[in-house]
Design a protein around this ligand. Structure first.
Ligand code: MG
Length: 391
């Protein structure tokens, strides 16, 4: 059970939750946020994360992160920070595990293509889609659609949202209209996400042979961490880089905990203070924040924009766009239980198709695209690159 006595005053206590949209009797052996976490793990959208791209398309190899392992790494970092700051670890875990449930196949390339297809019908945004998955699209309970999660979990999933969309979302959209910050638990999950992908993308990029070891000289955090691991005797290159990445991740997490604890102690005696601040209270020191931003820029330049990665992004865009066009104009191609309702307008029709495509795994989307168009647009996997100097 929850250690209520140990929770900080700005933590969210499950007993003080604003509740579920449909009332349910309390669980016997778990607190309410543990129940949310368990529902997320048992959802089909969560299982499908195993076959969805993080950076490298799922069929490229078994060594790279997928959305599932990414989500587990986010949760593990976030739980450490939550426990250290004495906020609700179960809520932090539930938000972390569900934050990417709405991701399309093929990562950001898939989302961008689906958003372009949906331009005239309200657009597509993976973060909003994550909320849609837990509120509506999972259909496995008798009394409700979705997972009927607690308000605090749902609000935490919604990281960003423009005001026009927030108006249609009811109570979870309110904080965007009122200019309020998210809970400490949601802020932790958000930064744990960024820490996780920055570090695991360096690792995967090296393994793919796209990032070169020399890159470590271009970033002060990477350089310092590598120097620490190079001082140890008898390590092969791979182990040196493994240690360096872990060293830097540890530095970032430690800095986040220490800085956030100071800021919370200085500004917040309760959750109302956290929400009213002009900026998120969970943050790095200015020196580490600068390194964090520098790391993102480096990854954009050297990994996400690399021609070999872009080839896949292009194929992903074509696949999603053509799937959308096929289903939009020939809805009978959809499975019987996913047919748009006859009485629905064009916007509803488009949304049904976007929901279906967003739920696809990489390999299912590739197979469906081939079935419907007969064309195979997929290049050779990046793992065939034998020039990698690090594995
Ligand atoms: Mg993420």
């Amino acid at each position: 059970m929850e250690h209520n006595s140990a929770l900080a005053p700005y933590a969210i206590d499950s007993k003080a939750s604003r509740g579920r949209r449909v009332n349910e009797s309390p669980p016997a052996w778990r607190n309410e946020f543990q129940r949310d976490r368990d529902r997320i793990i048992h959802s089909s959208a969560f299982r499908r994360l195993e076959y969805k791209t993080q950076v490298f398309v799922n069929h490229e190899g078994d060594m790279f992160r997928t959305r599932l392992t990414h989500s587990l790494e986010v949760a593990q970092i976030a739980r450490t920070v939550a426990r250290a700051l004495r906020v609700n670890e179960d809520l932090t875990e539930a938000i972390s595990l569900s934050h990417d449930l709405g991701h399309t196949p093929f990562g950001h390339a898939g989302q961008d293509a689906l958003n372009a297809c949906m331009q005239d019908y309200g657009g597509f945004e993976h973060n909003l889609q994550s909320l849609r998955v837990v509120d509506k699209l999972e259909q496995r309970y008798q009394a409700f659609d979705g997972l009927n999660l607690l308000f605090e979990t749902r609000e935490g999933i919604l990281k960003h949202c423009d005001k026009s969309k927030a108006r249609g979302l009811g109570e979870v959209g309110a904080r965007f209209l009122e200019g309020q910050q998210a809970s400490v638990e949601a802020q932790i999950a958000n930064l744990a996400d960024e820490i996780a992908y920055n570090h695991h993308d360096i690792d995967d990029g090296l393994r793919a042979g796209i990032l070169l070891p020399e890159l470590f000289n271009e970033h002060p955090g990477l350089k310092d961490s590598l120097e620490i691991s190079e001082q140890r005797d008898g390590l092969d290159t791979k182990r040196q880089f493994d240690i360096a990445i872990r060293e830097m991740l540890g530095t970032f997490v430690n800095d986040l905990i220490v800085t956030s604890a100071e800021r919370l102690a200085g500004h917040c005696s309760g959750l109302a203070d956290v929400r009213a601040l002009g900026t998120p209270v969970v943050d790095f020191s200015s020196a580490v924040r600068a390194q964090h931003i520098q790391l993102k820029r480096l990854l954009h330049r050297e990994l996400y924009s690399d021609a070999r990665v872009k080839v896949f992004a292009t194929a992903a865009g074509i696949t999603v766009t053509e799937l959308f066009e096929q289903f939009f104009h020939h809805p009978h191609l959809l499975p019987p239980d996913r047919q748009p309702h006859r009485s629905r307008d064009e916007v509803g029709h488009a949304r049904t198709i976007a929901d279906y495509i967003a739920g696809m795994t990489d390999r299912f989307a590739i197979a469906e695209h081939q079935r419907l168009t007969g064309s195979a647009t997929w290049p050779e996997p990046i793992t065939s690159n034998s020039t990698a100097r690090y594995r």
